[in-house]
Design a protein around this ligand. Structure first.
Ligand SMILES: Cc1cc2nc3c(=O)[nH]c(=O)nc-3n(C[C@H](O)[C@H](O)[C@H](O)COP(=O)(O)OP(=O)(O)OC[C@H]3O[C@@H](n4cnc5c(N)ncnc54)[C@H](O)[C@@H]3O)c2cc1C
Length: 468
C-alpha cells in the first residue's frame, strides 16, 4: 500500500464523524477530522438535536407543562416566556457539548482541521482553511464522508430567517410568534409544532401526506394527533403548499401560506421543514468516482462502503433514519469494517426517539409491518393513568404497547407515547435483543411506583387477550 499521511480522514465532525474518528484512533490509527464550521459537533450539537431538545426542556419547565395534568391548564412556572428565557438554557448546553466533544477528539490524538474538504482523487482531499489561511492537500488510506445535511429549501420561497424560517433559524428568532405555521409533518416539524403549542402559540401543521410520521405505529401517531389537537394545533393533512409570501396587515409583518386546495393560512411566522438534503454539493465527489443522488445523498452497502470501497459514508448523508443516535453507530461500524474489526451490531434493534410533546419512542416492528409480513401477533397495552407513577406525575394520556408473536409469545415491538418514552423503550429493546417472550415482564419485579411497571401491565393485558 502506498504511504498515506493518515490511515483515516473523516469529513465532518457531527456524531457520525466523531465516532468513526474515535473508534479508529482507539485502534491506534493516524486520524484527522476536517470540519468546515468554526466549531465541532455538526448539526447535532449546534443547530439540531441538542438545541431542540434543550429548548423543549426549557419549554416543559417554564410553561409548567408536565404539571398541568395535576394543577390544571392555567398552571405555569413563568408568565410571559421570552425567546431569551429559552435560549439562555440552549446556549449553555451547546457551549458545554462543543467543549466536551473537542476535548474528546484531542484527547484521542485526532488531528482537527478547521477547513472545508473537497476530494481531489480517491485518496487525496483538498482542505480550504476556514480562517482564510489558504489550501493544502492531505492523503488517506481510508476516507469517511460524514458531512450530514442541510434543510431543504424551495427556491420560490423568500426565506428571511425571521418570518419564513428553517429549523436552524429558531435559535436566532427575535421574538416568539403568537401564531406559527409549520410546513412538513416529519420528525422536526412535529417536534417544533408541539413545542411551540406547549408555549401557547397557535400552531397550524401542514403536510401533504394523510398522516403524521408514517413510519411510526398508527395507533401511536393517532395518539400524537389527538394530543396536538388538545394543545390547539390545527392539523392540515393531505394538503399541498402552493406558496408562502410575506405580508403586511393590521397585525404587522406576517406570512400567508397558499394551499393547493385554495385554503389560505395567515401566521406570524412559518417554519419550513419538508426534509433535508445531503451536504455533498461542494465535496467534488466525481473526482473520487462517486455521484450523489438527486437529494445529495450517498448510496452505501451494508458495511457503509460507497461504490469506491475505501471511501465510506455514514450518518445523515446516507439518508433514513437520520438520527444522531444511529449516525454514531454507523460511524463506529464503518471504522471497524475499514480496519478489520468484527462487530455484532443489530440495526433492526435501533430505537427511534421522537421528542414531540408527548414524546414517542419505538423499537422493533409495528402493527402495519407485521400485518404486511403476515406475522400472527397480539398486542398488550398499558395506559399511564392505570399506573401509580402515571398518576403521581400527572400523565393521564401516556400509552405503552407491546406486540408479541401469537404462537411463541416472543416480543416483536415496543411502542410508547408519553413522558419518559425515550428512556423506557430501552427495557423492551434489551428483551427484544435477547429474543425474550412477554412472559419476562410478568415474571419480573419492577420498582414501584415507576413507569416501567407499564411493561408488566401491558404483558398481563396481552396474555389476557389470548384468553388464558
Ligand atoms: C431540528 C433537529 C432536531 C433533531 N433531533 C434529533 C433527536 O432528537 N435525536 C436524534 O437522534 N437526532 C436528531 N436530529 C438528527 C441529528 O441531528 C442528525 O442525525 C445528526 O446530526 C447527523 O449526524 P452527522 O454526523 O451525520 O451529520 P451532522 O451532525 O450534520 O454533521 C456534519 C458536519 O459535517 C460538516 N461538513 C459538511 N460538509 C463539509 C465539508 N465539505 N468539509 C468539512 N466539513 C463539512 C458540517 O459542517 C457538519 O458540522 C435532529 C436534527 C434536527 C435538524
Amino acid at each position: 500500500m502506498p504511504d498515506f499521511e493518515y490511515d483515516l480522514v473523516v469529513i465532518g465532525s457531527g456524531p457520525a464523524g466523531q465516532r468513526a474518528a474515535i473508534q479508529s484512533a482507539k485502534l491506534g490509527k493516524r486520524v484527522a477530522i476536517v470540519e468546515r464550521t468554526a466549531v465541532v459537533g455538526g448539526v447535532c450539537i449546534n443547530t439540531g438535536t441538542i438545541p431542540s431538545k434543550t429548548l423543549r426542556e426549557a419549554v416543559m419547565h417554564l410553561s409548567g407543562y408536565r404539571e398541568r395534568g395535576l394543577y390544571g391548564m392555567s398552571y405555569t412556572v413563568k408568565q410571559h416566556i421570552t425567546i431569551e428565557d429559552l435560549l439562555f438554557r440552549t446556549d449553555h448546553v451547546i457551549r458545554h457539548e462543543i467543549d466536551v466533544t473537542r476535548h474528546q477528539l484531542l484527547r484521542n490524538q485526532i488531528e482537527l482541521f478547521a477547513a472545508e474538504a473537497a476530494l481531489v482523487d480517491p485518496h487525496t482531499i483538498r482542505l480550504t482553511d476556514v480562517a482564510g489561511h489558504g489550501q493544502r492537500e492531505v492523503t488517506a488510506a481510508y476516507i469517511v464522508v460524514a458531512t450530514g445535511t442541510s434543510a431543504t429549501k424551495d427556491a420560490h420561497i423568500p426565506f428571511d430567517a425571521q418570518r419564513i424560517l428553517i429549523s436552524d433559524d429558531i435559535l436566532r428568532l427575535d421574538r416568539l410568534p403568537r401564531t406559527l405555521a409549520v410546513v412538513g409533518g416529519g420528525v422536526i416539524g412535529c417536534e417544533y409544532a408541539s413545542i411551540f403549542a406547549a408555549l401557547g402559540v397557535r400552531v397550524t401543521l401542514i403536510d401533504k401526506r394523510p398522516r403524521l410520521l408514517p413510519f411510526i405505529d398508527a395507533e401511536i401517531t393517532e395518539a400524537l394527533g389527538y394530543q396536538l389537537r388538545q394543545n390547539r394545533v390545527t392539523l392540515r393533512l393531505g394538503e399541498e403548499v402552493g406558496g408562502i409570501e410575506p405580508i403586511e396587515d393590521e397585525h404587522g409583518a406576517r406570512v400567508k401560506i397558499h394551499l393547493a386546495s385554495g385554503k389560505q393560512i395567515v401566521a406570524d411566522k412559518a417554519l419550513y421543514s419538508i426534509g433535508r438534503t445531503g451536504a455533498t454539493r461542494r465535496l467534488n465527489l466525481p473526482a473520487a468516482g462517486l455521484e450523489p443522488d438527486s437529494r445529495g445523498r450517498i448510496v452505501v452497502n451494508a458495511d457503509y462502503q460507497t461504490a469506491v470501497p475505501h471511501i465510506y459514508a455514514v450518518g445523515d448523508v446516507i439518508g433514513f433514519p437520520s438520527l444522531a443516535s444511529i449516525s454514531m453507530e454507523q460511524g463506529r461500524l464503518a471504522a471497524c469494517h475499514a480496519f478489520g474489526v468484527t462487530t455484532k451490531s443489530v440495526p433492526e434493534l435501533f430505537p427511534y426517539g421522537i421528542y414531540t410533546i408527548p414524546e414517542i419512542s419505538t423499537v422493533g416492528r409495528n402493527e402495519e409491518e407485521l400485518t404486511e409480513q403476515g406475522v400472527p401477533y397480539e398486542v398488550g397495552k398499558a395506559q399511564y393513568r392505570e399506573i401509580a407513577r402515571g398518576q403521581i406525575i400527572g400523565d393521564n394520556t401516556g400509552l405503552l404497547k407491546l406486540i408479541f408473536h401469537l404462537d411463541t409469545r416472543a416480543l416483536l415491538g415496543v411502542h410508547i407515547i408519553g413522558e419518559g418514552a425515550t428512556e423506557l423503550v430501552h427495557i423492551g429493546q434489551a428483551v427484544l435483543a435477547f429474543g425474550g417472550p412477554i412472559d419476562y415482564f410478568v415474571n419480573t419485579v419492577f420498582n414501584y411506583p415507576t413507569l416501567a411497571e407499564c411493561y408488566k401491565t401491558a404483558a398481563f393485558d396481552g396474555i389476557n387477550r389470548l384468553g388464558m
